[in-house]
Design a binder for this molecule. Structure first.
Ligand code: OGA
Ligand code: NI
Length: 354
């Protein structure tokens, strides 16, 4: 929803949401954005929920039949919803607890400490809000720390927090685990579509990016009006989200918003636009948003997994046939185009359509 504010957006964005909340300030107008359309009462959608995939069943000692069943469940989850929650995914719970803990300790520091790694208004990496959106766009009720974590030469340690002192080691360990998990997920997704198991990994390339976004959603007095994160689809290949114990993430499905329940050590796996392109539209890149909460703050850690920037991606040959003609073109540098549209509050996927 476009609203004009008396305070220039650059001035608002130079302030952290957490700071406004601590000062007891009322949310200023550009943050007002919730504009729900009436829910669609589709009876099928109504009794459904975000799918759960048990990765334990996808590996031995499960029987072939169990593996096959879980693979089919994964394929249908991604065609219908474009997302699922992964349990028994193999990442030790201690690693997940540690990354949540260092994220919390970072955000709980005094503002002067965090601002040592503030990003410029136009930059992506560092602490702050998104780069300034185009005029008329609403702002998200959140503060973020965004860091490139893979390949190693993209790490800019001067933007990594010095406090808590364990932050760096924990994030590096988390990155190693995320790399392993993206390999596994990319293979099982290919298998669920009866494709050669390395096909997506080959499209992502050896130098595929991992970028971590730590999201801090401060409590908000007007959850009825203000969103933590506006509706959007991600521009990556796919995204892995670790939530804390406060709900807020919602997926748009069959005209309704579905809350993703919090499950202690589960990871939310969300398809993004580039997987929609690579699967020729078989897997959906779902629109999602984050609600605000009047009582509690919420922390999430999103890891964006994106094909190597200079590599061309396109629909897998095995997914193009007479029944399903080619829907998307081969593309390079999709993430940049996605970002230009995102700032205008729009999706970009149409530019990749044939
Ligand atoms: C994102 C995102 C969801 C969340 O960072 O793109 O969708 O739960 N985050 O914070
Ligand atoms: Ni997202």
């Amino acid at each position: 929803m476009a609203r004009v504010s008396a305070v220039p957006v650059e001035v608002l964005l130079s302030k952290r949401v957490q700071e406004m909340v601590l000062n007891g300030e009322e949310p200023p107008p550009p943050y007002v954005s919730r504009d729900d359309e009436p829910a669609q009462h589709d009876p099928d959608a109504f009794c459904s929920h975000v799918p759960l995939i048990d990765f334990g069943l996808l590996s031995s000692p499960s029987t072939d039949e169990q593996k096959q069943q879980e693979l089919e469940k994964l394929g249908s989850a991604l065609s219908a919803w474009g997302c699922f929650q992964a349990i028994n995914h193999g990442i030790p719970s201690s690693v997940l607890d540690e990354i949540r803990q260092v994220a919390r300790e970072f955000f709980e520091q005094p503002m002067e400490q965090k601002c040592k790694i503030s990003k410029g208004l136009k930059e992506f990496e560092g602490y702050g809000a998104d780069p300034v959106p185009e005029q008329g766009q609403s702002l998200d009720w959140s503060d973020r720390l965004f860091l490139d974590v893979y390949p190693p030469e993209r790490k800019k340690f001067k933007l990594w927090p010095e406090n808590p002192p364990s932050f760096r080691g924990v994030l590096e360990e988390y990155t190693v685990e995320m790399r392993k998990l993206t390999e596994r997920i990319s293979r099982v997704m290919a298998k669920s579509l009866n494709l050669e198991e390395n096909c997506f990994l080959n499209q992502f390339g050896e130098g595929a990016l991992l970028q971590a976004r730590f999201n801090y959603y401060s409590p908000c007095q007007r959850p009825d009006l203000i969103l933590g994160l506006k509706p959007h689809a991600d521009g990556s290949g796919y995204t892995l989200i670790l939530q804390d114990d406060v709900e807020g993430l919602q997926i748009h499905h069959h005209g309704n918003w579905f809350t993703v329940p919090t499950i202690p050590h589960a990871l939310v796996v969300l398809m993004a636009d580039q997987m929609e392109i690579m699967t020729n539209g078989v897997f959906r890149s779902p629109v999602h948003r984050v609600l605000t909460n009047s009582e509690r703050e919420r922390i999430s850690i999103a890891m964006f997994y994106t094909p190597e920037p200079d590599k061309e991606i396109g629909p897998e040959d095995g997914l193009v046939n007479e029944k399903q003609p080619k829907l998307y073109k081969k593309m390079k540098g999709y993430a940049d185009t996605h970002w230009e549209y995102y700032q205008r509050g729009m999706r970009a996927i149409h530019i990749a359509k044939v």
